[in-house]
Every structure is written in C-alpha cells, then in structure tokens.
Design a protein around this ligand. Structure first.
Ligand code: NOJ
Length: 555
C-alpha cells in the first residue's frame, strides 16, 4: 500500500505523544517507585491535556541497572511495576479515553540476566550466537586476557567489551556492562524479536518506540577507531534498513505508530527510516539539536548554547526531512536529557516564559510533538548538592571519570549537576503535599524543592499556567491543518538569538518567532496577521520581549 505525503502528514501530524518515565510518574504501592496502576489513576489528567499516545518507558523484568533499559524478559511485567492484569487494565482504560499505548522496545541489547545471555555464558553455542562474542587473542588466559577486540568506548564510559574468563571470549556492550549487544546478523535473533512485537500486538498495543535502533547492525569487520569512540562504524550500520524492514514485516507492525531513537545519525538515514515508501518506521528522534551546548561535541563539559547552530539544525532537519518524505519527532525533553527550560533558558527570572517559549517553538513545527512528563508543568532540573543524591549509572560513572581526567570533585560535580540524566528523572510533581503526591513512601529519587509551587494541581487551576499553555498548543495542532501538514520554511532574522519559521498551507500562513534570550530582540513585521498563540498577553510591535514565543496567522 502506498502512502502519500499528505496522508502521512494527516495521520502523524495531528497526534501528540506524552512520555511517561514509569519509575517517576505515580506510585500506588508505597515502594517509592511509580507503577502501571499509577498511570491508570492519572489517565483523566492525560486525557484532559489532550494527548493521543502514551510512550511508557520499559516496565519489563529487569535488574534495573539502567532503570529498565536492561531487559531480562520482553514479554512479562517487572514486579515493582505491577502485573500483567495491571497492564491489561491500563490498556483498556486508556483505550476507553481514546489514548493509545506506545511500548518501549529495547532490542539493541538485553540484560545479562536474560535467559539467552545466561545460556550463552554456560557455553550453549545457539545462544553464544545471539550476542556479539569474540574470541580472545591467541594465547590469552583468564589471568592475562590481552587487548579487547577493539578500542570502542561504551556510551556509559570505559571500553565497550567485557572479558568472560570461563569462555575466554569478549562480549560487546555499547552501554552498561550488564547490557549485552544482540547479534542482529543472526536470523534467529531477528525472529525472536519480531515475536515480541507480535506478543504485544496481541494485547492490543498499537504503537512502539525502538530504543537506539540505528545501532543494531554492526560491521562485519571489527576495527579500532582512531578518530572517535567507534560510533561511526555501527551507527546507521550496514544492514540497518534491511533489518528494520524485516522486523516490521515479521512483527506485523506496518502502519502502526512507531518511532526510532537514532543515536548520532544522519539526515539521509532518517529520511530512509521514516519515508513510508520504505515500510520502516513512522518517525525518528535525532539528537543533534540537543548537542548545541556540548563544547567540541563533548557532553561532559559546559558551554552556553549556540542558538545560531540550533536554528540551522532545526531548519535543515525540518526542511530536508519534508523534501525527502521523512517525518520528525519533535522534542526537547526525555528521560536522558536535563530539563530544557533550566538548560537553555533562564528559569530563575523567567520561568513561565522560558518553559512556554520552548514548547511553542517545537509544537508548531512539522512533525509529531512529544511531551515528557512534567515538561507541561515547567518542571526544572534538580537542586541537588551532593553526588549521593544521584542514582543514574552514567552520572555516577562520569563523576568518577571526570576526576580521573583531572577535574576537582567540585568541578566534576558542577558538570554532573548540569548534565545528569537524573535532572529530568525526578518524580512528577502532582501537588504540594509531601513528596508531591508521587508516593506515600520514600521516593527512589529526591524531588526538586520547587514542587510546592510547580505542580499539576496548582497549574490545573490557573488558566495562565505553563500547563494551560501546553494544553492550548495541543488544541491548536488539533484545530489547524496548517500545523498538521503545512509546509515549513525557516526565516532569516536580524538577531542571532531568535529562531523564526513559517508554516504555509494554501492561503494560510503562520509565522513563529522565538526569542532565546533575556533581552529584547528585533521582531519580523507581521502586518495583517492575528495572534495564534503567544506567551505574552499583550502585543508589542517590532520587538520580541525576553524569552517571548509568538505565533501569528494570516488566513
Ligand atoms: C536510550 C535510552 O533512552 C536510555 O535511557 C538508555 O540508557 C539507552 N538507550 C540504553 O538502552
């Protein structure tokens, strides 16, 4: 079946996805961690916001070394998150409200606690072939295993290979040592994973997110990387399109809402992944725009965001994905990113303007917007003062690695404080009561101290709150075809702190202008238009005020 660009845009461009980081959303048992029933109890809140799908981060059995991204069984429920009956109830109740569930499939790797890996460790050749095992160098012994097969680095720090003395082999782990990369070149692995999709399909699941899925196809020849950390060899790897097409076919998910998380990807590859003619995925996440404050590409160092770079990245991806028939997931936030209002703007002085301008900036682009829990409330990064308050494996590793690189503990802490994934993982702030209504036990991760004012209950009451603004943005997308499927073009502006673009459909034109600074900036002329949405109540011709975001429409 052939999908036209208009059908693609109408189907995907009218939808909004809400991401739930289950561990931090709503606890109903008192164990300090969110659970499936907690999500069910909050469905009315989500329906009121107006979202179409809930992407729920992994709730499958897992030792939780990477908070569920280390899966030990793809077709069951982790007891801390509830039971299969809880899942079925959530699924039923969500459907009754017109909300779909998007499950998070972590198919690049399994936990080393997965049955497959345990059988591999016992020497079973069938399961050794499920993973990327490589023999140790000739003459290697457990006492002296020699060099790992390549110098590739794990994304969580250190070498990406682990030696197994009992096998005298190394296995690849692009993430934590307890997350072993699967061998997608083995057709049996691909079949097993497609059966996982069929299992959840059978339970009525109608959307999937695929974790770091552009890393699944590794090169046939393993070589050292003398220019980088190895990623250029395995990102968008040699058989990636073939494997995705097969997964979609065998898993019977063509036409469902799907999104792939693409790590260090290219635009051309993303057109390939999301152009409907290829029958791969509906859309893609790329992260280039979230590296504009990484000096020299280094995440674990601090710099001011490069707004001109940000504008160019948005412009290139928006315009070229459209031209190539691809589709973008639109987002600032997820469970791996520090909260963007604190990171890119000024929440001390302009908290409301910062949080809403960012929302406006991406929600009116061409693509499908994603809201990460608490983003619609303007939740901020942490106010932590000590490394003991962090839980994330990557943050704890880098606190150590930064000191090994010569930073003082204070300097290392300042970097981790700004960059930690825990900055976005703090519990959802539901109300001003103890632990923000998240749990009646002890929260697994400390709440941010501002929850007595920044919380859902307070913001639901207030028509001028950040949440009310996000609800309005969702309403605008539902109401305006120009936002769902209009063309997009980035505009030249007389300021390097402003990002502006237009959306057009027939005679309708929308111009969006966002001021990424705390100073007034010149605005584009907009005679003959009316305000579609703005985070300032009154109009001010010719200038954009601090962190102002305004969209105007000509009909
Ligand atoms: C991306 C996920 O979003 C992240 O949280 C996880 O640590 C890695 N993939 C590994 O699964």
């Amino acid at each position: 079946m052939k999908t036209t660009p208009t059908e693609q845009a109408l189907r995907l461009g009218s939808k909004v996805v809400y991401q739930i980081y289950i561990k931090s959303f709503q606890d109903t048992t008192g164990n300090g961690m969110g659970d499936l029933r907690g999500i069910t109890t909050r469905l009315d809140y989500l329906a009121d916001l107006g979202v179409d799908y809930l992407w729920i981060t992994p709730f499958f059995p897992s030792p939780q070394n990477d908070n569920g991204y280390d899966v030990s069984d793809y077709c069951a429920i982790e007891p801390i998150y509830g039971t299969m009956e809880d899942f079925d109830e959530l699924s039923r109740e969500a459907r009754a409200r017109g909300i779909g569930l998007m499950l998070d499939m972590v198919f690049n790797h399994t936990s080393t606690e997965h049955e497959w890996f345990k059988k591999a460790l016992s020497g079973d050749p069938k399961y050794l072939a499920y993973y990327k095992f490589v023999d140790a160098e000739p003459g290697a012994t457990p006492a002296n295993p020699g060099k790992p097969p390549t110098n590739w680095e794990s994304k969580f720090g250190g070498n990406a290979w682990e030696y197994v003395p009992s096998l005298n082999k190394w296995y690849l782990h692009l993430f934590d040592v307890t997350q072993a990369d699967l061998n997608w070149d083995n057709p049996e692995v691909r079949k097993e994973l497609s059966e996982v999709l069929r299992f959840w399909r059978g339970k009525g699941v109608n959307a999937f997110r695929f974790d770091v899925v552009n890393l699944i196809s590794k090169p046939a020849v393993l070589e050292d990387d003398y220019e980088g950390d190895g990623r250029r060899f395995y990102s968008d790897g040699p058989h990636i399109h073939e494997y995705l097409q097969e997964l979609v076919r065998l898993g019977d998910i063509d036409g469902l809402m799907t999104v792939g998380e693409m790590s260090s990807t290219s635009l051309e590859s993303c057109i390939g992944y999301s152009n409907p003619a290829n029958h791969e995925l509906s859309m893609v996440f790329n992260f280039h725009h979230l590296k504009v404050d990484y000096p020299g590409g280094e995440k674990w160092a601090l710099a001011e965001p490069d707004i001109v770079g940000l504008r160019n990245l948005f412009g290139t991806w928006q315009e070229r994905m459209t031209a190539g028939g691809g589709w973008n997931a639109l987002f600032w936030s997820n469970h791996d990113q520090p909260r963007p209002n604190s990171r890119f703007c000024d929440t001390d002085h302009y908290w409301y303007e910062s949080s809403t301008m960012l929302g406006l900036c991406t929600h009116l682009m061409r693509g499908t917007p994603y809201i990460y829990q608490g983003e619609e409330l303007g939740q901020t990064i942490t106010d932590y003062t000590s490394i003991d308050q962090y839980r994330d494996v990557e943050s704890l590793n880098y606190y150590r690695i930064l000191q090994e690189r010569g930073y003082t503990p204070e300097e290392a802490f300042a970097i981790v404080h700004a960059r930690s994934r825990d900055d976005g993982r703090t519990p959802m702030a539901w109300d001003a009561s103890e632990h923000a209504g998240f749990t009646h036990g002890t929260p697994w991760l400390r709440l941010v101290g501002n929850y007595p004012t920044i919380n859902a209950a307070a913001e639901m009451e207030d028509p001028h709150s950040v949440r009310s603004f996000f609800k309005r943005l969702i309403g605008i997308r539902k109401a305006e075809e120009v936002i769902q499927r209009g063309d997009v073009r980035f505009l030249d502006v007389p300021s390097d702190k402003v990002i502006a673009y237009e959306r057009t459909l027939g005679d309708t034109r929308v111009v969006v202008q966002c001021n990424f600074s705390g100073d007034e900036q010149p605005a584009l002329a907009t005679e003959g238009s009316e305000v579609l949405v703005s985070n300032y109540e009154d109009e001010s011709a010719g200038v954009l005020r601090p962190w102002e975001g305004t969209a105007r429409i000509w009909r």
